[in-house]
Structure formats: C-alpha cells, structure tokens
Design a protein around this ligand. Structure first.
Ligand code: GLN
Length: 483
C-alpha cells in the first residue's frame, strides 16, 4: 500500500479493500517509526487526521467519494490550516494555531482528503536545503548525510520515505522542483495564478505558487485537479475554465518539439546529472519527440535578479506585515499580526534576517533604481527569452539542479553557493511559467537526478502528459530509498 498510486489507493478505498481510517493509521505508524530520524513533519495530530478519515469513510460508504476522498495528504507548514499549528518553519509562529484554512487546504477538504500532518520547511520558505528551519534540518531518505532540498524538503522527504502518499509544496524559486529532484519525486510548480495563494504564508508575492509533490505525474495531475481554481480572495488568481489535468496523460508524444537551451547544459552542470538528463532526452526521442536547440541568453542573470526581487518583496511582507491578501491582516486575525510584530526582533533566523537586510537595502532611496528596477528589467528580458524559445518548441527540458543532493552543512555557511543550487529553476518563477521535475536517473552515491520540464503558460496538461509517457516506459519514479 505504501507504494500504491493515488488511483490504486482510491480504488482500494471505494472497493472496500481497506478504509481510510486503516490507510491513515498505516501512514501515521510509519511517521511514528521513521520521522524521528527524518524530521519531515513538524506537526502530526492523529486524532484530527483519524476524525477526517472517519468522515471520508462515511462519504465513500454512501457512494459520494471523489478521486482523493479518504487519501491522506501531507501539507507544507506554509498553508494555514484551521485548528492546526502552522509555523512556516519559524519560531515566530511556533504557537500559531490557524483560525482559518488556506484555499488549497479548503479544496483538499472539500475533496475529502485527510490531512496527515504539516511538513517541515525552510523558515518562511527561504532556503534550498531545509537547514534554515527553526525545527531542525530534514534528512534525505536516500542518504542520511544529504539534504532533501528546500524549501519544501519535509514534503519531499515524507513522500520519498513513503510516510505520505502525496504532499503539497510551494515554489518561489524552485522549492517544489528542487526537493522533488533531490528526493526522486515528481513535483509541479503551476503557472503563476493557477492555484490560490490565499492563506499560504507569503515569501515573495509575485513569485510564490503552490503545487503538488508526489510519486508520479499521474498523481500530480489528480492533486492539481483539486488545487487549481479561481479564488476571489487572491487578487492574482486567474479565472479560467476548469481543466481535467488527468484527461490527456496518455496522449502519444509523436512530433512533440523539445527545446534544449544551451545555457542549461553549460559549465556548472555535474557530469552525473548531465548523463542522466541526456539519457532521458534520448528516451523522449524514442517516444517520438524531436529536439531543437534554443537559447535563453538572459538566464545567467536570473539568480542575481531573483535575489533582489524576492528579498525585496519578502522584506515588505515581513517588516511591514503586509500580508492582507493572504488574510493575515483581516481584523479577526489581529492577534496574529500583534504576536508576529512583537516577536519580530528576536524571532527570525539568520537567513531570514539576511533577506530582510538585502530587501530593505535594494528598496531604499538611492539604491532602488540601481538594484530593484534593474532586476525588474532583467525579469522582463527573461520572460521575453522564454516567449522567443516557445516559438521554436512546445516544451523545454533540462536538468532541475546542477548536482544531486549535497551534504548537510556543505553550503549552509556559503549563501552564494546555496543560491546557485536554484540556477535552473529560478528563471521559471521570474517568468511566471509552469515547471515540473521528474526523476530520470541515479547520480553520485545513487542519489536521484531530476529532469526539468518547462512549459508555456497554462500548459500543465501537456507537461504532465510528457512526464507520464516517460514514466510508462521507465521506472525511475518507482524506485524508493531503503530505510
Ligand atoms: N531557494 C530559493 C530561496 O531560498 C527558493 C525558495 C523557494 O522557492 N521558496 O529563495
């Protein structure tokens, strides 16, 4: 059961082979056994989870279940979850029990999914290794010395170690795709605006987007079906007709044009990752795709531009508590705002403080034009690079990360090295495009390698289709770590 797909789990639940309570217990027991070593969860609340499972079982018995009814899902601790501790990996929120649900959480509840727990993450989603969490680092289930990636490292470790069938994450500069790559999962960062950010604690509002992390593209499609949708409470949410992301998964790939940006295969890419990505692209050719060379000339400026824009937006959120659109400032949550402001001075960890400093600096008088406006200009150029590239191809492919999972402590003291681990993911956020990572091989120490697929705006269905077809002829996504 722990390796079953969401479809198989749903069939077992509706077929009466097992109940949601049994399934939830199974995962709670694994969490009890394995989480002390992995530290993937910040909060587990068996009572609340089992109560939800009982409700799901009743719904299934009445024949009123949907594809996710009764299935336990772990949520990144960035999503406000009513009645659950919601910390965002920070000491600041270490006693914040959310009085309301994020829209994403609400959608999962409506679908009848069971909240399995809240997963560990870098503080306020700032990090690439999960080492900035106030609750301690997460271990990569594939190798105890390695990081799981970040900031959604807890979600990635939880699914990779089979402590949860699926999980949610958020991605501001790579935080779904990078941990998915380092832990051997499939993870999707949707087009900006496709999934509501209401109740999702802000890092950088113009970049943040929530998405699924799971064992396969098919599972991600089923999760995205529940997560996506217009929300009037998020002013950047887009009103579009609903799509069934699972519908076209099996479409053949004949004639698909895959763009290979030369900047993705240049200096800095480790040979083991390059080898696995090349092999994956060869597999796509076998599936009928054709490859074309494309270029993203401004991509080398993505990391510097991001590390101006993201801290600028974050410092606005954090120092002025400008979180109105997430519901934080709504009058009924005034005490959260008070608590947050009072504990601010001593509450943030070193990385968050660094970001606030950078952000305040680049927004200050005299530096605003030189840094912030310049970064915004670069952002536009990067978006234009993608527009040009998508004239030549349907999807872009390349590595998700320059190396496989690095060791705990390796980059923690060197912010620039840490920031560079997002070199292939960040441009996608700056452009607002969708990006997906799927496992495509094993590199050094047998650690997973991620293939990144970048699509044009709202091409999630096509990206998931491409990932799914690959997963039908390969088995990288079926491998799991021995614990
Ligand atoms: N690693 C990047 C950062 O630290 C991206 C994080 C994210 O996507 N939330 O900002």
């Amino acid at each position: 059961m722990i390796n079953a797909s969401l479809k198989e789990l749903s069939a077992a639940l509706t077929g009466g082979q097992l109940s949601s309570v049994e399934l939830t217990r199974l995962f709670l027991e694994r969490i009890g056994k394995l989480n002390p070593a992995l530290n993937a969860f910040i909060t587990v609340d068996a009572e609340q989870s089992l109560a939800m499972a009982r409700v799901a079982d009743a719904r299934i018995a009445k024949g009123e279940g949907g594809p996710l009814t009764g299935i336990p899902v772990a949520h990144k601790d960035i999503f406000c979850t009513e009645g659950w501790l919601t910390t965002c990996g920070s000491k600041m929120l270490s006693n914040f029990v959310s009085p309301y649900d994020a829209t994403v959480i609400e959608h999962f509840k409506t679908a009848g999914a069971v909240t399995l727990g809240k997963t560990n993450m870098d503080e306020f989603a700032m990090g690439s290794s999960n080492e900035t969490s106030f609750y301690g680092p997460v271990k990569n289930p594939w190798h105890p010395a390695a990081v799981p990636g970040g900031s959604s490292g807890g979600s990635a470790a939880a699914v990779a170690a089979r402590l949860a069938p699926a999980a949610t994450g958020t991605d501001t500069g790579g935080s779904i795709r990078q941990p998915a790559a380092l832990c051997g999962l499939t993870g999707l960062k949707p087009t900006y605006g496709l999934v509501s950010r209401y109740g999702m604690i802000a890092f950088a509002s113009s970049l943040d987007q929530a998405g699924p992390m799971a064992k396969s593209a098919e599972d991600c499609a089923l999760l995205l079906n529940v997560m996506a949708g217009f929300d009037a409470r998020d002013s950047t949410s887009l009103a579009r007709p609903a799509e069934d992301y699972a519908r076209d998964l099996a479409q053949p790939l004949a004639g698909l044009r895959i763009g290979l940006p030369k900047e993705f295969f240049a200096e800095g890419l480790s040979s083991d990752v390059a080898r696995a990505v090349d092999a994956a692209i060869a597999e796509y050719r076998k599936l009928g795709a054709v490859t074309v060379d494309v270029s993203l000339p401004n991509m080398r400026l993505a990391v510097p531009a991001y590390y101006v824009i993201a801290p600028a937006e974050a410092s606005s959120n954090l120092s002025r508590f400008d979180g109105a659109r997430y519901g934080w400032r709504a009058p009924q949550y005034g005490d959260l705002a008070d608590m947050y402001c009072q504990s601010r001075a001593q509450g943030f960890g070193a990385e968050v403080k660094r970001r606030i400093l950078i952000g305040t600096y680049v927004l200050s008088h005299g530096y605003y034009d030189a840094y912030y406006l310049q970064a915004q200009r670069i952002r536009r150029l990067i978006a234009q690079d993608f527009v040009a590239a998508f004239r030549e191809c349907d999807l872009i492919m390349g590595p998700t990360t320059p190396t496989v999972a690095f060791d705990l402590g390796d980059k923690a003291g060197d912010p620039v090295q840490m920031y560079l681990s997002d070199i292939y993911t960040i441009a996608v956020n700056l452009a607002g495009l969708p990006g997906l990572s799927l496992p495509c091989g094993a590199g050094a120490k047998g650690l997973p390698v991620g293939l990144q697929i970048i699509g044009n705006y709202f091409s999630e269905a096509r990206m998931l289709n491409a990932a799914h077809r690959y997963q039908q002829t390969t088995d990288w996504h079926r491998r799991s770590p021995t614990l």
